[in-house]
Design a binder for this molecule. Sequence first.
Ligand SMILES: Cc1nn(C)c(C)c1CC(=O)Nc1ccccn1
Length: 328
Amino acid sequence: QTGTVAANPEQYDQAYICPVTIGSQTLHLDFDTGSSDLWVFSNLMPSSEVDGQTEFNTNSAGATKKDGYTWSISYGDGSGASGVVYADTVNVGGATATSQAVEAATSVSSEFTSDTGSDGLLGLAFSSINQVKPTPQTTFFDTVKSSLEAELFTADLQSNGPGSYTFGYIDSSKYTGSITYTAVDNSQGFWGFTAGGYTVGGGGSNSTGTIGSAIADTGTSLMYLPTAAVQSYYSQVSGSSYSSSQGGYIFPCSASLPSLTVSIGGHGFVVPGSNFNYSPTGSGNTCFGGLQENTGIGFTIFGDVFLRAVYAIFDETQGSPRIGFAAQ
Ligand SMILES: Cc1nn(C)c(C)c1CC(=O)Nc1ccccn1
């Protein structure tokens, strides 16, 4: 089988939301290659934590409670959720898991309550970091992958309109040139890979270092790189500065932003400058940068700001996992 689903950008491309059928309900979930839990808003939550989201109905006929199973997850940005576990049929654009662990929230943090466009997350990292106790559950991809035409999924994220995720096939109309594959280190449960040198702007190679180990994370809005690369980038943005009050680099919204070329698997991938204007700060006509330092995180994240510039293939067809990137 295969699946194809639209990925709809939220405001400022903060996240990408996809329709998922769970039993007889359709919920709109944030597909996240940086985590491994499929969790949803549910009827078990206090109404004070729900702001218009669709709630998974745990009383529906097809939902089977997994007694004694609980989950609790916290994300690097401080958000989190927790709850209990059901099994139900989950259909993503035609790819169907007949008995998928659906983690029904009993509580979510304010960040999720206020993210009114999202009814939960669908994790696409490795099942080794699933947070269900006493027994970790498989991700949707792991549950269905043996039944897919090919054991892979792809992400095509767009800025001004719907992109898509596919399961089981590569859509050759989504990219130009060839796909560059590179090995994945999933020892931490992520789609980890090694990135090489970088160049700011279209000029000659002014990269002074390499980026190193990184993860591909559709659930993270921005791109978080080592300080040296970030300082090198913003040194080319007139009027930019680090704002402790905003918690990152900002610049005049009128600033012209250079592109950033990153070498992966020996191929240079160009992130256009426009990708690095994330959102207005709300004060002084300054804008918040889509490129920020990874110092607070401890590892480098190639989030949506990067993934919008490429077609990404998350591939387990070779036995060992690999990730592919192509220009789009
Ligand atoms: C790891 C990390 N540290 N910091 C500062 C950030 C922003 C991250 C990435 C992160 O939190 N991603 C996320 C958040 C919610 C749901 C899914 N993914």
